[in-house]
Design a protein around this ligand. Structure first.
Ligand code: FAD
Length: 510
């Protein structure tokens, strides 16, 4: 029996396993469905788009999305030690302080405000620019702000932004977010650093009080009264129970709500339909599912060869106020990205790399909300994932604006030396209806699903502001699922900060 059982050795789980096992008297188990990563491509930053679908990917799919021309969207998720941080694109963007103001409001506590999260952001990072009031200098995760490695076409795009009046920013991870900056990357010496690489170091793994149990599938929680006594797992097909005093669910924005539902915790009607007896009615488990989309893309044929990326293809996100792209303050509404090659959704014929580059575009604060649910009682039953992409008018209008801004930046003088012509959607696409139809076919996930076990002070919230599941004494959820509203940017930095904050607050427990 362990004092703490952590379910899921992904981004959040790696942080918690390392932090909670710092106390040698606390026996910690980290349970992960996948194995240690062995594929050398994982460590190669430029390989990230090509490793999806391999045997360490859960390879989820959404149901057909009415808002995106009825398309089914592939949702990769890591099934490996390090979780989705072994698949992700390595961009490190905390978000805007106002994003966390929304969290503080939702939870009724300043603990989730930017200022209170700042120590956690700093604690997690080892910034290439050194430590400061805003940056951590000696944390586990390298955060590298590249310089001359940034591709020349991406530099031209940043210059094009400046020519359109976009403020110069330089670093996404300060108090301002609007402006031009290269992406800070979790890369060291040319190699990806996953959350597990950063936190589960050889010294941490050598701790006698930490057991990292890989290849264990968690099927359900074992509930006894108002406690979770343990978890029912299979290892190579053989069932066993791992029991613990405290259970912390870190299975991710998809895995965590599905596991709760399989355990009989969720909306009674959803559970009934899946053939699972309801043990604890928590209707919002799986609800509030939301994600960032990116239009892929506004693609240009280049007039000269685009050098291959020395980083991870998508080298600079540009956050902007939709009404006034020159505005430096406030949270953004839209984002552009520049990819060093052609980036298109499956709706379009592939374009050969070498003579093309792409401006991606998207909405930072979508208001569409969907849900996910188990399809049956077993882990092998296919879940129903419906992010309700582009359900709201806000999302459709803001997406169109993002596309228009991409085109404005794409036609600025600084890119003249690169641009031959616009391949997608092509100069013929001009009216609102034509643009909307293009976006519906071009939108792809930015890979940031969140919100399915949202934290909050209200009675509907799945976890309370301390991340404890309402209704059970010893179960917490700590991962991307607890995010109540998505921050402006990629969410990995925020997930690590959530886990760091939770670990720092672990005082009166075993
Ligand atoms: P995960 O890291 O997914 O961890 C969940 C873990 O739980 C996994 O290891 C999983 O195998 C395990 N698990 C789940 N169910 C079970 C079970 N039943 N039994 C046992 N184990 C289980 N974010 C950024 O900030 N920047 C980016 O550039 C970026 N790009 C991305 C690109 C891709 C392709 C993807 C997939 C994600 C990207 N993200 C990015 C998002 C980011 O990686 C995730 O939000 C983050 O890793 C989520 O962390 P987590 O701890 O919530 O879940």
């Amino acid at each position: 029996r362990f004092d703490v059982v952590i379910i899921g050795g992904g981004s959040a789980g790696s942080v918690l396993a390392a932090r909670l096992s710092e106390n040698p008297d606390r026996r910690v188990a980290l349970i992960e469905a996948g194995l240690e990563p062995t594929d050398p491509d994982i460590a190669q930053p430029s390989m990230w788009p090509f490793i999806q679908g391999r045997d360490y990917d859960w390879a989820y799919e959404t149901v057909p999305q009415g808002g995106t021309a009825g398309r089914v969207h592939a949702w990769p998720r890591g099934r490996v030690v390090g979780g989705s941080s072994c698949l992700h694109a390595m961009a490190h963007v905390r978000g805007h302080p106002d994003d966390f103001e929304a969290w503080a409001e939702a939870t009724g506590t300043r603990n989730w405000s930017y200022d209170r999260l700042l120590p956690a952001f700093r604690r997690s990072e080892r910034f290439s620019g050194g430590g400061s009031e805003l940056h951590g200098g000696d944390g586990p995760l390298p955060v590298w702000l590249p310089g001359e490695e940034v591709n020349p076409v991406v530099r031209a795009y940043m210059e094009a932004g400046l020519q359109r009046g976009v403020p110069s920013l330089g670093d996404h991870n300060g108090r301002r977010l609007n402006g031009t900056a290269p992406n800070a990357l979790t890369i060291r010496d040319g190699r990806r650093v996953s959350a597990a690489d950063a936190y589960l170091t050889a010294a941490v793994r050598a701790r006698p009080n930490l057991a990292i149990l890989t290849g264990l599938l968690v099927h359900r929680l074992v509930l006894e009264g108002d406690r979770a006594a343990g978890v029912a797992v299979t290892r190579a097909g053989v069932g066993e129970i791992v029991s613990g005093g405290e259970i912390v669910l870190c299975a991710g924005a998809i895995g965590s709500p599905l596991l709760l539902q399989r355990s009989g915790i969720g909306d009674p009607e959803t559970l009934r339909r899946a053939g699972v007896a309801c043990r604890l009615a928590v209707p919002e488990v799986g609800r509030n599912l939301h994600d960032h989309l990116l239009g892929a893309g506004n693609v240009y044929r280049s007039s000269r060869p685009v050098p291959p990326t020395r980083l991870q293809h998508s080298e600079s996100l540009m956050y902007l106020n939709a009404a006034d792209v020159t505005r430096p303050d406030g949270a953004p509404d839209i984002v552009l990205g520049c990819v060093t090659g052609p980036s298109v959704s499956e709706s379009f014929a592939p374009i050969a790399p070498g003579f093309a580059y792409t401006l991606l575009f998207g909405v930072t604060h979508p208001t569409s909300r969907g849900f996910l649910a188990i399809g049956g009682p077993e882990l092998s039953d296919r879940p129903l994932i419906d992010p309700a992409y582009m359900r709201t008018e806000h999302d459709r209008l803001t997406f169109r604006r993002a596309f228009e801004v991409a085109r404005e930046v794409g036609s600025a003088p600084a890119l003249e030396g690169w641009k031959a012509d616009e391949l997608l959607p092509g100069p013929g696409v001009r009216t609102a209806a034509e643009i909307d139809a293009f976006i519906a076919k071009a939108a792809i996930t930015h890979h940031h699903p969140v919100g399915t076990c949202r934290m909050g002070a209200d009675t509907g919230a799945v976890v309370d502001p301390g991340l404890k599941l309402s209704g059970l004494d010893n179960l917490s959820v700590v991962d991307a699922s607890v995010i109540p509203t998505i921050p402006s940017g990629p969410v990995h930095a925020a997930v690590l900060a959530i886990a760091e904050t939770f670990a720092a607050g672990w005082t009166d427990r075993p």
